[in-house]
Write a protein that binds this ligand. Structure first.
Ligand SMILES: [Zn+2]
Length: 201
């Protein structure tokens, strides 16, 4: 579907192609699904829009609801989730990309969030400990996970953690209180905090 958009730099209006449903991850992983170049001034722009990623073979469905939109803005004609599907909601393109990367590699997003919290808390001199969102999964290698990291001083860098640490996080999350509801959920640092609270109470 082609939609008119306005360039925030020069004000020119042009057409931008949106897709309500993605069954392939590529355009989201490289973010080309949301990128545009203004034909008038050449500015490189991002236009996040509500859409759904559905991988039937891997039983994954992710709903992307960018800031300023709500559930009613999602495409109406989408596949019906099946029992056992991993159902997630995300609110930023970078989170969208990260979620797909996690599922593509067969990783557990709860464990990734816990790993982020632990990493941030273990490095209070580098990170704002209140904000585990300073880490985003960037790449998955056989023996390590790489994160885009944003330090307190505003510098970004790559941070590598051994896969063994991720596996340890998976074991931490085996308690019943960490089970997912089976409905769409936002699995982020807050999700982990909320469920740890259940464990303690
Ligand atoms: Zn422009």
């Amino acid at each position: 579907m082609k939609e008119p958009v306005d360039c925030p730099k020069c004000g020119a209006q042009f057409e931008f192609e949106t897709f309500p449903l993605f069954t392939q991850a590529e355009k989201i992983l490289d973010l080309t699904a949301f990128r545009a170049v203004c034909p008038s001034c050449g500015a490189e722009l991002m236009f996040p829009y509500p859409c759904i990623y559905h991988d039937a073979a891997s039983h994954v469905m992710v709903r992307f609801i960018p800031r300023g939109f709500d559930l009613s803005d999602l495409p109406a004609d989408v596949p019906v989730p099946q029992p056992g599907d991993s159902l997630r909601d995300v609110y930023s393109v970078h989170r969208f990309r990260e979620k797909l990367l996690i599922f593509q590699h067969g990783l557990d997003d709860r464990a990734i969030e816990l790993l982020k919290i632990l990493t941030v808390q273990q490095n209070p001199e580098r990170f704002d400990v209140q904000d585990p969102d300073v880490l985003l999964l960037a790449a998955v290698e056989p023996d390590a996970l790489s994160f885009f990291a944003l330090a307190k001083d505003g510098n970004d860098f790559m941070l590598k953690t051994p896969v063994g640490l991720y596996e340890q996080m998976c074991r931490e999350l085996s308690a019943p209180c960490f089970e997912l509801s089976g409905d769409f959920e936002t699995v982020d640092a807050q999700w982990v905090f909320d469920h740890f609270h259940l464990l303690e109470s």
